[in-house]
Each structure stands twice: as C-alpha cells, then as structure tokens.
Design a binder for this molecule. Structure first.
Ligand code: ATP
Ligand code: MG
Length: 573
C-alpha cells in the first residue's frame, strides 16, 4: 500500500478526550474516529488490525472444530422474554421497534438466538457435541463508555456456543476453548493471565476470564504463587476470627453524638475498627435485609447479590432505614432489630464485646455479643478481598494486579435450554435439555489491549502478527529519483514475497515521516536515505528495540523477508 493512496490521518496533538495510552494512540495513529459516545468509526489502518485479530480467532476456532455462522443483530423480544432476560438485562440492552410496533433487541450476546437455532435443528444425541461461533457487532448501552473501543457501546465480538449431552462433554469442549484462547492471545503477542470470575448477566457456575496485564485495566485480580487467580468480584480469602476465649461483658448503650462512620465511632470509643460490626441495610427487590460485616472490612456486592439470589440489590435509602430500623442512617445495628432478615459475613463469626449501632440517633451499643444480643439467619462469604489477605488454597498472602478482560468462557449448564425447552433424544429416545457452554472474545477490545502493552513515548509498536503492515518502506526524499526508485524496487520485491508493506511515498520532510512511522508502529522499517545509499546500502530498523542494521540494497528484500519470518515465528503458539 502506498501512503498517498491510503487514508492515514495521523495527529500530532494528543486528543483531550482520551485518558489511556491505547485510546490516545488509536486516535493519533489514525485507527479510529469517534462518531458518538462509545461509538467509533474504524478507519483503514484500524480495520486491518481488527481483521488480523479476527483471523487469528477464526483460525483457532476452526482448529478446535467450531463452525462459523452469522446470526442477526436484530433479535425478536419474544426470545428474550422466553429466557426472562428482556426484563433482567436492564438498560444495557438496546431495544428498537419496527414499523408494526414489535420490539427487538440489538444483540449484546446471542444465547437465546443460538438456542433457538439448535432446538429447531438438532434432535439426536448423535449430532452432539456441536460448537457454533460468529464474529459480529454487538451492542451494549454501557453506563459509562470509556477508553475508546475498550468499553464501547458498539463493538466486535467473537461469540461461540457449545451444545452437549452431558457435563463431561461440556468439560472437554471447555478445556479445548481454554487452550484455543491461550493460543489466540499468545499469537496476538499479549502477556495475559486467566482467572476465576463472576458470570454476571450470562449465568452459569464455572467461568474464567482472560486478562491482559495492564495498569489501566478496569479489572483487579488477586493472585497467588500457588496458581490461584480470581477477579475482585469472586476472590476468596481466609478470614481471621477470634478464638472465642474472650468473656462477654454486659451490654451497654453509650452516647455517640453525631458519630456515624466506623472511624468516628471507634476513635471516640477508643476501639479498633475490627471491634465494631457494621450493619448495612439493603433493598432486595422491595424486601429489606440487614447485612453485617466487621468494621475493618468491606462488602463485596457481587457476592452479596449471589447469596440473596437477585442481581437487583441496592443500599436502602436513609428514609427506608429510618422506617426499617427505627433509627437514622449511620446508627443501625442488629440488637433488637425486628422483622428484618439479618445475614452476616464470616468476619462476624463468634462476635463478642463488639460495638454496633443502637438503632437510635447518637447512640451505639458496646459489648454486643452474638447469640446473646442478636442472631443471624446465616453466615456467608461476603468480603471484598484485599491485597495481603490469605490464600484459601495455600495459606500465603495474595498479591494483586490489574488487567483488561479480553475474553471470558462459561459453563452454562442447562440455564437456557431448560427455560427455552431445547432438548435432544438419547439412545433410549428419552428427552434431555442440552448442556451448554458459551465463549466470548472482545475483538476490538483486544486491539486496544495490545496497544496498551505495546507502546512507547513515540507511539505504537505492534507485534508482527497483528500489525497493520509488516514492513514500512521509507524513502527520505521522493524527489530524488535514486531514492524513490530504490524504495519502489524494495516495495515491489517485498510484495512479490507476499509481505504486507506500507510505502511512505509522500513528499514530506524526513523528520515528519520518521515521527509518523514511529507513531503508526509497523515492526520493521526500511529507510532508504541518501547517505547510506551512497554506500549502496539501506537501513533496517526494528521498531521495538530500535536496533539498526545496514544491508546492501540488492540483498534487502531477501534479508527483510527472513526477518519477517523470524519475527512471526516468535509469536507462534
Ligand atoms: P465487562 O465486564 O468488561 O463489561 P463482560 O464480562 O460483560 O465485560 P462478556 O459478556 O464476557 O463481557 O463479553 C465477552 C467479551 O466481549 C469480553 O471479554 C470483552 O472482551 C468484550 N466486551 C464486553 N463488553 C464490551 C464493551 N462494552 N466494549 C468492548 N468490548 C466488550
Ligand atoms: Mg466477561
């Protein structure tokens, strides 16, 4: 490709709207342009990279026997009503109406649609297992679209769905997918980890997320040397509870004027935060539940939602708290709390001589003791894990890192097949619901994640497997015929070798061309400059290392072709 025939609008200035390196560089290097919040145009350079990532994904899906299909973006509301997700999915689901007034969802994921295909087409156990996938535009009306294509409202996803007769068959495909994902992200040149995760709106019990290591990542991971790794949403830790040797003192109400926070109350009473029990009232679809946790810890609302069996939980308003507990916000406690379900985190186990709110203004209880002063209906793991907490598997402290979620795989079980009555017949002619798995990769998010890992102060530095071009030929002055002709000859020679080449044939100052080359980040640059050419040589420069080699111009094509092969080999999985 000749630069003068291409659309490659690079920007000198960093756009103010961009916070992360990948977002800035995708704009500056002319990969994307914003159309509206969370909605982007993919320009030619951006599309080339996206298509390369998509090809790697496609190759690895095909390799494990998944079949490519294409489902519509528009999916009828009836299917979503069947699964119950028309209601549950909430505002993230984009909805449109046709001329007849019928509702459709713009697909954010396709479990309902693929289940509908399979229940119509597959009847026998003999046709199983079966895995279908597509690479398609998805729509999610994110609350806070940000970081460019990392969290967009319209983005490209690979989604795959597998159908099985039993859990054992699902486990086999799940493992194959896990390996395929590992190959995909390795081939894309990414450093990543896989972690146990929460299944969110998709559902199911077993799920792993693939995270690209990145400081700007929205996901916090807790990990241990023993191999345990989980997202903040699901991470577990050992909880230190008192041995129970303490003697319970008499319950006492004390004045705590205007003191609402753990810090205020414990400082005033000369106690530690871990000697207090926080009582937080939640509204669970109209029912109130008091949740107890020790004062030095925070509640993980994802764990809580699971325990309460509803995604729709929220803290009760000050007004509701007053109604439910009889006291104002900041003074709630379990002692004497009636007609409200009370559950507790494991940190409250064996609670003895603790501080709690007294359910009246400006008062707390001290020496509150479990079993004598209050009861709970159950203990659960509700704690938000922190770095340094103890690993449940090996007893060592957990470390932490941040990442960008690029893929997630789920064992769904029969969640969709049962409710949508998708069944097959076994050898005996007996009907069973399909056992299902589903597997997503954010293709456009992966492009951004790659930039997040592969950049420096001058711009992007692509891994060759997903680079928009493999070689960048840069004549420093196209008005000098010898430079121009040499560059053209190398360009033609490389193209004949099947190499993807960008020729910067612009009549521009060399300084600008070099700047643009570094910004755009093609891994191998060939500079055809006056000084070297006087000695019959051209310069090969590696974008990542900055390493420069001078080569006889006659040997350039063969040499570069070899370098391209070597670079590609490094990224084979
Ligand atoms: P997140 O937690 O980041 O919102 P998710 O868990 O809801 O993502 P999945 O339903 O697992 O996402 O979708 C599969 C993949 O699609 C994700 O791993 C991610 O790479 C990508 N993806 C999800 N939402 C977006 C988005 N808003 N913009 C770009 N890519 C996305
Ligand atoms: Mg996910």
């Amino acid at each position: 490709m000749r630069w003068t025939d291409f659309l490659l609008p690079t920007l000198k200035e960093t756009p103010a709207e961009a916070e992360t390196q990948s977002h800035k560089l995708m704009l500056r290097a002319g990969l994307i342009r914003k159309l509206s919040s969370g909605i982007y145009n993919m320009l030619p350079l951006g599309l080339r990279v996206t298509q390369k990532v998509a090809s790697i994904v496609r190759e690895e899906m095909n390799r494990i026997g998944a079949l490519e299909i294409l489902m519509p973006v528009l999916s009828p509301a009836e299917l979503w009503e069947e699964s119950g997700r028309w209601g549950i999915y909430g505002k993230e689901l984009m909805r449109v109406r046709d001329r007849h007034g019928r509702f459709f969802a713009l697909g954010p994921t396709h479990e309902e649609i693929v289940t509908d295909i399979i229940r119509g087409e597959v009847r026998s156990y003999r046709q199983l297992p079966l895995t279908l996938y597509q690479i398609q535009t998805k729509f999610r009306d994110e609350v806070r679209p940000r970081f460019g294509v990392v969290r967009a409202r319209e983005f490209l996803m690979k989604d795959a769905y597998s159908f099985h007769r039993d859990e054992a068959s699902l486990a086999e495909t799940y493992d194959k997918m896990y390996e395929a994902y590992t190959r995909i992200f390795t081939r894309c040149g990414l450093r990543f980890g896989s972690v146990e995760a929460d299944s969110g709106a998709i559902g199911g019990d077993v799920t792993h997320e693939f995270m690209v290591f990145a400081e700007t990542g929205e996901s916090q991971v807790f990990a241990c040397d023993c191999g345990y790794a989980a997202t903040e949403d699901t991470a577990e830790c050992v909880i230190d509870v008192p041995e129970g040797s303490e003697e319970a003192q008499g319950l006492e109400k004390v004045e705590t004027p205007g003191m609402k926070t753990v810090e205020e109350v414990t400082a005033f009473l000369k106690k530690e935060p871990r000697q207090l029990i926080k009582t937080i009232v939640y509204n669970v679809e109209g029912e109130y539940v008091a949740v107890l946790i020790r004062g030095d810890r925070e509640i993980n609302e994802i764990k809580l939602a699971k325990v309460l069996g509803s995604p729709n939980i929220g803290m009760a308003t000050a007004e509701d708290i007053e109604k439910v507990t009889g006291g104002p916000l900041g003074f709630s406690g379990p002692v004497g709390l009636k007609d409200v379900r009370i559950i507790a985190d494991r940190t409250v186990t064996g609670a003895c001589n603790m501080v709690t709110g007294a359910n009246e203004a400006d008062a707390h209880y001290v020496n509150v003791t479990l079993g004598r002063d209050f009861e709970v209906t159950g203990f659960h793991d509700l704690v938000l894990v922190e770095a340094g907490d103890i690993c449940t598997r090996c007893g060592k402290p957990l470390g932490t890192w941040r990442g960008i979620e690029v893929g997630q795989i789920f064992k769904l079980g029969t969640k969709y097949s049962e409710i949508m009555k998708a069944t097959f017949l076994d050898e005996q002619g007996k009907e069973h619901p399909f056992v299902m798995g589903c597997y997503g990769i954010g293709v456009t998010r992966t492009v951004a994640a790659a930039i997040e890992q592969h950049n420096d102060k001058d711009g992007i530095s692509w891994p060759i497997s997903i680079a928009p071009f493999e070689v960048h030929v840069l004549p420093t002055n196209v008005t000098v015929p010898e430079l121009k002709d040499t560059a053209e000859a190398i360009y033609d020679g490389l193209m004949a070798e099947g190499i993807q080449v960008l020729l910067d044939d612009r009549d521009e100052r060399p300084g600008n061309k070099f700047k643009d080359a570094d910004l755009v980040g093609i891994p191998i640059r060939v500079t055809v400059g006056e000084k070297s050419l006087k000695e019959g040589k051209v310069e090969i420069r590696m974008r990542k290392s900055g390493e420069v080699t001078k080569i006889e111009k006659g040997d350039a094509v063969a040499h570069i072709a070899e370098v391209v092969r070597e670079e590609k080999k490094k990224l084979e999985a």
